[in-house]
Write a protein that binds this ligand. Structure first.
Ligand code: NAD
Length: 546
């Protein structure tokens, strides 16, 4: 093969350069592509329409996912042109829920590698392995160790679907340029026996490494990232709680990093509360919340609410005293002997009770937030109790997936005489009761994380702070229109997620500049700057020959 033949073939095989049938007549002539493509050039709009038509030919979402993954590996611009043509429609295909099935079947459907795999057997050489990634300017990394993938548990190396899918949303929903992003999976083994016995399993066949060896591996990884990609932000994703919480604590004040499961979740819940207050007309500092569940989601949300209350004038102790936890053993009150350190700030003086209804009647919370993973615990008695102590009770069953939701939207509305201000972790369809249409909101982290990524990128932020998440929550709540509120919707619709994310990113970036957290000079017009660096799925004027 001559070098010019090689170069034209490489052009068609390079997803960053390939534009398939959209190469123009002149480009084909100049690049030696004549004869290698059907003769009639097409526009990117026609290519997008063709892909959407082809997607409709598949019966299952996992087939559509695989088709889109192939497209991603073949023509990156076209992939983003398709998903950015309607992010709300394509999100469920490239991320949850379809990505869950893709992670479970990872070893069976594997066809091409994307991202970097770092096995613990390569400890001592992580910098070398990372340096094999072809791009040297990386600004945004999503990393998992595959231990707690969505609600599906330990999927080992199959977790890679999550960083890949999540980064696609950073691009599709907020314009974070894909060439600046890097998905990484850390392979420390798996405790999933099915995977260990599966002949197709592609990860290390050993139990998960824990303790000092795991911590040293994480430390080496962070050091390697810092040294090779000093301008990057590191987002931890789907680590088990036992690792997620300490890793975040260890690094949050030292590098630019955050954990979306903990901080993004808390911000989206806070945004929902702020949206609810626009309906109830009350102030955040006057609210009391009772959480069903006392795990990392509950304590993360409770802490961010408390910090937001502090910004409105309460002391942190006064704020935390307004947030209560109720777990599998009942109300978390001071006489309990099984309270973990991270639950202590929300464990207050109260008589012991194992009845959630009794706790509602005594504490009189304005809102209940379900993060228990147990379906149906917001039963009729619970909702009726909330409706007795509130004109407009805030009811947030946040456990995922839909089958674990503490109640449905219809139940919350029906049992509260349509007075509930409702949002859930998983989506519910609109409900019609007595001719009144009510639209439930979904506390989807996608309102927060792409915007946070874009703000961090645009400002080269040195740290990601809790205050930045509070700003993000406020920005999301401010985008809910009066028409949304009129039908009970307390989150903005995801149909306009790109513009919504850029608005949120602008607010976060303003805060970063105002508080000396930026690594670059403040542009005159922050929003214009963000719009100018946002990725656009169009073919560049020039084709760069490989
Ligand atoms: P976790 O396992 O750490 O915590 C679960 C908690 O629920 C524990 O404190 C447990 O004691 C309590 N619990 C279990 N059974 C109970 C019962 N019968 N009564 C009362 N409490 C009970 O889980 P987590 O990581 O905190 O996540 C909890 C849920 O929140 C999950 O379903 C997750 O999908 C959901 N979540 C939703 C979002 C979102 O919608 N944006 C984000 C994060 C987490």
């Amino acid at each position: 093969m001559s070098s010019s033949q090689q170069s034209s073939t490489m052009l068609l095989q390079n997803p960053h350069l390939n534009r398939g049938t959209a190469f123009t007549i002149d480009q084909r002539a100049a690049l030696g592509l004549e004869g290698l493509l059907p003769p009639m050039p097409t526009t990117i709009q026609t290519q997008v329409a063709r892909i959407i038509m082809q997607l409709d030919m598949f019966d299952s979402d996992i087939q559509k996912y695989l088709f889109l993954s192939d497209l991603h590996a073949r023509n990156e611009v076209l992939y983003y042109a398709v998903i950015m043509s309607d992010p709300a429609k394509f999100m469920p295909l490239v991320y949850t829920p379809t990505v869950g099935e893709a992670c479970q079947k990872f070893d069976h459907i594997f066809h091409s590698a994307s991202g970097v795999y770092l096995p613990i057997t390569a400890k001592g050489r992580l910098r070398e392995l990372l340096s094999h990634w072809p791009q040297s300017d990386i600004r945004f990394i999503v990393v998992t160790d595959g231990e707690r993938i969505l609600g599906l548990g330990d999927l080992g190396i199959g977790g890679m679907g999550i960083p890949v899918g999540k980064l696609a949303l950073y691009t599709a929903c907020a314009g974070v340029p894909p060439h600046l992003t890097l998905p990484i999976t850390l392979d420390v083994g798996t405790n999933n026996h099915e995977l260990l016995e599966d002949p197709f399993y592609l990860g290390l066949r050993q139990p998960r490494v824990r303790g000092a060896e795991y911590d040293a591996f994480i430390a080496e990884f962070v050091e390697a990232v810092q040294s090779l990609f000093p301008k990057s932000c590191l987002q931890w994703e789907d680590f088990a709680n036992i690792n997620a919480v300490p890793i975040l604590e260890r690094y949050r004040d030292k590098i630019c990093t955050y954990n979306d499961d903990i901080q993004g979740t808390a911000a989206v819940a806070l945004a929902g509360i702020m949206g609810s207050l626009r309906i109830t007309g009350q102030k955040l500092i006057d609210q009391r919340f009772l959480f069903l569940g006392a795990g990392s989601a509950a304590t993360g949300i409770a802490e961010l609410i408390s910090e937001a209350m502090v910004l409105e004038g309460l002391s942190i102790d006064e704020a935390r005293a307004r947030n209560w936890l109720f777990d599998v053993n009942g109300l978390m009150e001071s006489s309990r002997t099984d309270v973990a350190d991270f639950q202590k700030p929300f464990t207050h003086d109260h008589a012991p009770t194992k009845s959630f209804v009794e706790a509602i009647e005594s504490i009189k919370p304005n809102g209940i937030i379900g993060v228990s993973t147990v379906p149906k615990l917001f039963n009729q008695q619970v909702i009726e109790a909330m409706a007795r102590v509130n004109d407009r009770p805030i009811i947030f069953p946040y456990s995922n997936p839909t089958s674990r939701s503490e109640c449905t939207a219809e139940e919350a509305y029906k049992w509260s005489d349509c007075r509930a201000v409702f949002a859930s972790g998983s989506p519910f369809d609109p409900v019609e009761i007595n001719g009144k249409k009510l639209v439930p909101g979904q506390g989807n982290n996608v309102y927060i994380f792409p915007a946070m990524g874009m703000a961090v990128l645009a400002t080269e932020a040195k740290r990601v702070t809790e205050a930045m998440f509070i700003i993000a929550a406020k920005a999301v709540a401010a985008q809910v229109t009066d028409a949304n509120l009129a039908v009970g919707l307390i989150y903005p619709p995801t149909s306009n997620i790109f513009d919504a994310s850029l608005q949120t990113a602008t607010k976060i970036a303003e805060y970063i500049f105002d508080n000396g957290l930026a690594g670059v000079a403040r542009p005159k017009d922050i929003e214009a700057h963000i719009r100018s660096i946002a990725y656009k799925p169009v073919y560049a004027a020039e084709v760069i020959a490989p």
